[in-house]
Design a protein around this ligand. Sequence first.
Ligand code: FE2
Length: 159
Amino acid sequence: MGNNNQIGISSKKAQQLAAKLNELLAAYQVFYMNVRGLHWNINGNNFFELHLKYEELYNNLQLKVDEVAERILTLGAVPLHTFTDYMKISALKEAKGIHNGAEGVTLILESLGKMIVMQREILKLSGDAEDEGTNALMSDYIREQEKMVWMYAAWLKKG
Ligand SMILES: [Fe+2]
């Protein structure tokens, strides 16, 4: 094993990756909670449509929270697990009291854009570390979220 971790990845690179994945995890936790807030606070004649859409999204984000945390463990590091730690490093800010549909969708678009960029950066690191597991996870997220951006942006153009 030498300087490699249990899955044969350079321990140094795995730790660097895990630190970046913890930043991603922190952002996902804030994103998740923000979308929960959107789901609860939505008003107006898009209520039924967006209340449901937001639920679909926060369920999707919740799965990613767990996958990212468990990838960090797989790399041999510890996922952050308190909101105090998340708020120190999250690239996403907390959102509060958004009732308007277009405002909510705009927040989602901005958040997805930041997640995609962060994941592309992680992809560079994981590529360099020959960490195919993290590569695959990031590629899946990027592809899925780029499509989401198209759809949410199309919704915003409505009317
Ligand atoms: Fe609900």
